[in-house]
Design a protein around this ligand. Structure first.
Ligand code: ZN
Ligand code: FE
Ligand code: FE
Ligand code: ZN
Length: 288
C-alpha cells in the first residue's frame, strides 16, 4: 500500500506549456510511490478562449489516445481527466463537451476575470488596476457560479489569486470565500489541495490553512493534486500536503476511480494505514 495519495492534477505537453507524455508522468510518479494519476490537461476551448495555454480542439483525440495508451500499460492506475475552465459564456459548448466525453474526473478552474489572466506572470500589471478586495470578490463569485453549474467534480487551486502574494486578511478571505464553499458543498464537489502554490511566489499550498479549516468544518472532501507541468513535479510535496490536511482537521481524502466516482481513504500516518476499502463515497456519475 502506498503511503502517498494519488495525484489528481497532471498536465502534459499537449497544452503547449508543459513537458512530457502521460507515460512520462506515470513512470515518474509510480517510481516515487504515487499509487495512481489523473491526467488533467487544460481543456480545449472551441470559442477561442485562451488558445495560448491549451490544445486546439482538433488535437483532443490525440490527448485521449495518449491517456488510453498509458492506461493500457498501467491498468487501473491512470484516469482520463480534464482541467476545465469556467467563465461566463462557456456554458453552451462546455456542458455538451463534458457530457460527450467519457471523463473519469473533471477539475474546475477559474484562471480569468474577464479578459485578464490574473495568474499569468505576464499580466501582473492587472493587479494594480483594481482594489484587492474587488478582485478576490469577483474571483470567488465565479468559483461559486462554476460550482452551481454542477458540471465539475472538484475545485482546483481554490485561492489561486494569491499566487504572486496578493493576500487578504483571513477574516476577509473567509467572508468572500464562504458562498463559494457553500456551493461546492451543496453540489457535492471535492476541494483540491494543490501543492503548486509551494512552487510559486506565495510559497503556500492552495487553499490557505484558514480556508481548509473552514472546508473541513463544512465536511467538504479533499483530494490531492500537484498541478505538475513536468514529470519531476508529480506528487510534489504531498507529505507536507497531508500534514497540512491533518492539521486542518481532515481525517480522510478522496480517491477518484472511474466514471467520476470516488471513495474515501484514511489520512493516516503512513505505514499503519488500514486497507483502502471501507467507507465508499461517491459523486453523482456523468454530468452532475
Ligand atoms: Zn498549465
Ligand atoms: Fe489551473
Ligand atoms: Fe493545472
Ligand atoms: Zn492548474
Amino acid at each position: 500500500m502506498s503511503v502517498l495519495p494519488p495525484d489528481h492534477h497532471v498536465h502534459t505537453s499537449f497544452c503547449g506549456h508543459a513537458a512530457g507524455s502521460p507515460c512520462d508522468y506515470a513512470e515518474a510518479g509510480f517510481a516515487q510511490g504515487i499509487p495512481s494519476l489523473v491526467i488533467t490537461d487544460h481543456i480545449p476551448a472551441p470559442d477561442g478562449y485562451d488558445p495560448q495555454t491549451r490544445m486546439p480542439p482538433a488535437t483532443f483525440p490525440q490527448y485521449e489516445a495518449a491517456v488510453r495508451h498509458a492506461q493500457a500499460l498501467w491498468p487501473g492506475r491512470i484516469l482520463f481527466g480534464i482541467e476545465a475552465d469556467y467563465y461566463p459564456g462557456c456554458e453552451s459548448w462546455l456542458e455538451p463537451f463534458l457530457r460527450s466525453h467519457p471523463f473519469d474526473f473533471v477539475l474546475g478552474s477559474i484562471h480569468f476575470l474577464g479578459d485578464w489572466a490574473f495568474d499569468n506572470p505576464t499580466q501582473r500589471a492587472g493587479w494594480q488596476r483594481r482594489p484587492l478586495k474587488t478582485i478576490w470578490s469577483e474571483y470567488f463569485q465565479l468559483v461559486r457560479r462554476m460550482a452551481e453549474t454542477g458540471w465539475f467534480d472538484a475545485a482546483a487551486h481554490f485561492d489561486l489569486p494569491k499566487k504572486f502574494g496578493h493576500r487578504l486578511p483571513d477574516s476577509v478571505l473567509l467572508e468572500l470565500a464562504e458562498p463559494a464553499l457553500q456551493a461546492i458543498r451543496s453540489h457535492n464537489m471535492v476541494l483540491e489541495i494543490n501543492t503548486s502554490g509551494l512552487r510559486k511566489p506565495i510559497k503556500e499550498i492552495y487553499p490557505a490553512p484558514a480556508l481548509l479549516r473552514r472546508a473541513c468544518t463544512l465536511q467538504i472532501p479533499i483530494l490531492f493534486g500537484s498541478d505538475a507541468h513536468q514529470p519531476t513535479e508529480v506528487g510534489d510535496q504531498f507529505i507536507d500536503a497531508m500534514r497540512i490536511a491533518r492539521a486542518s482537521g481532515y481525517e480522510r481524502y478522496a480517491i477518484f476511480e472511474t466514471k467520476r466516482r470516488y471513495r474515501v481513504h484514511p489520512l493516516g500516518g503512513g505505514a499503519l494505514l488500514p486497507n483502502p476499502s471501507e467507507q465508499p463515497g461517491s459523486s453523482a456519475p456523468g454530468a452532475k
